[in-house]
Design a protein around this ligand. Structure first.
Ligand SMILES: [Zn+2]
Length: 348
């Protein structure tokens, strides 16, 4: 009977001209917040406590003369999908009281370096570049996952652990909203940009001085994903995922560093005092201190006062840069902190 059924099905496909069976259906889940205005409003209101007044620089990738990346049916143009997701994200963030600056608001050409220059001048707290992916000509066209990138690798001086923190929060909520996985190259779906361009990373992350991440929401090259990416509601869901990730990141918080005082006995040896502020508490083991690019261990932390004392026990010949990294008990790290120490004898 089963054989007869199989023959019959094959015959129908043969007669109707269908030679392949499409196992995919285009589907997505509408978040609970979109189904109930009260639930939506409640989350927006709560998010204001953490996002109001924050400045975000959103960079929708490509556009203008750069409209080459498209899906197999040429329905989804990457530049346009990036822009739709970015504009939706801007709406959510502005509703939450944040200030949003964008590298482009329409289909215009913006050079990569100009995106970074605009971001550096924006005084934004965070730069978010929005992209969609493809596996390249030789890759598997059925590849599809969500990934979020931070710049450099842990051993590099320019690596900022807080960028990975932000990437983790965005990645988790975005992948969940889209019901995508994070790919096979990473445990949590976040990647160093050296994974794509070893020792260089993405130009927009390398040249942007403010904290920055780049999201590759999914693969426009995937035949079914392409069809989801042209649905307005789906683009809104993608943006909602990023928004929720940001909201949760700022809700979890991160330590803030404040200079307290500087002591010197003979203009040679210095003690520097910094306050590490975090309502949840500092993870003492996470504290790292650098003089210029050299990591030092001559510091102590008073956890009751949350004061970090740095002892510079070698004679300094010139002005130096103090860099401090610390995490709160949830693992969120300080934002880039570099403090110039001008020697008293210096003419500056
Ligand atoms: Zn792109």
């Amino acid at each position: 009977m089963k054989i007869l059924y199989a023959v019959l099905v094959s015959l129908i496909f043969y007669l109707t001209g269908c030679t392949t069976v499409n196992y995919y259906t285009i589907s997505y889940d509408t978040p609970v917040e979109f189904k109930d205005t009260l639930v939506y409003q409640k989350l927006i209101n709560t998010s204001k406590n953490y996002l109001a007044g924050k400045r975000f620089f959103i960079d929708p990738g490509h556009g203008g003369s750069d409209r080459v990346n498209k899906g197999p049916k040429e329905l989804a143009i990457e530049a346009d999908v990036n822009l739709r997701v970015a504009l939706n994200l801007r709406n959510f963030l502005t509703e939450a009281g944040a200030i949003v600056i964008m590298s482009r608001e329409k289909d215009t050409t913006v050079a990569l370096i100009d995106r970074s220059i605009m971001a550096n001048n924006s005084r934004a707290d965070l730069f978010i570049s929005i992209h969609h992916n493809s596996p390249g000509a030789s890759g598997d066209p059925n590849t599809n996952y969500t990934s979020t990138y931070y710049h450099a690798k842990e051993a590099d001086y320019e690596y900022e652990p807080m960028e990975k923190d932000v990437a983790r929060f965005i990645q988790r909520d975005m992948a969940y909203a889209m019901r995508n996985s994070g790919g096979l190259g990473s445990f949590d779906g976040t990647y160093s940009d050296y994974f794509i361009y070893p020792k260089k990373g993405f130009a927009v992350l390398r040249n942007t001085e403010i904290p920055s991440v780049l999201v590759e929401c999914s693969f426009h090259s995937h035949p079914v994903e392409e069809q989801r990416l042209i649905i307005d509601e789906f683009n809104k869901i993608q943006a909602w995922g990023i928004f929720r990730g940001l909201y949760r990141y700022y809700r979890t918080g991160y330590p803030e560093i404040k200079f307290v005082e500087k002591e010197t006995s003979d203009n040679k040896y210095y003690q520097l005092f910094y306050k590490l502020n975090d309502s949840s508490g500092i993870d003492e083991k996470s504290i790292r201190v650098f003089i210029d690019s050299l990591e030092i261990k001559t510091y102590s932390f008073d956890s009751t006062q949350s004061i970090l004392q740095i002892n510079i026990d070698r004679e300094l010949k010139s002005d130096i840069e103090i860099r401090i990294i610390a995490a709160n008990i949830y693992g969120n790290h300080t934002h880039p902190f570099r403090d110039k120490l001008f020697l008293i004898t210096s003419k500056k």
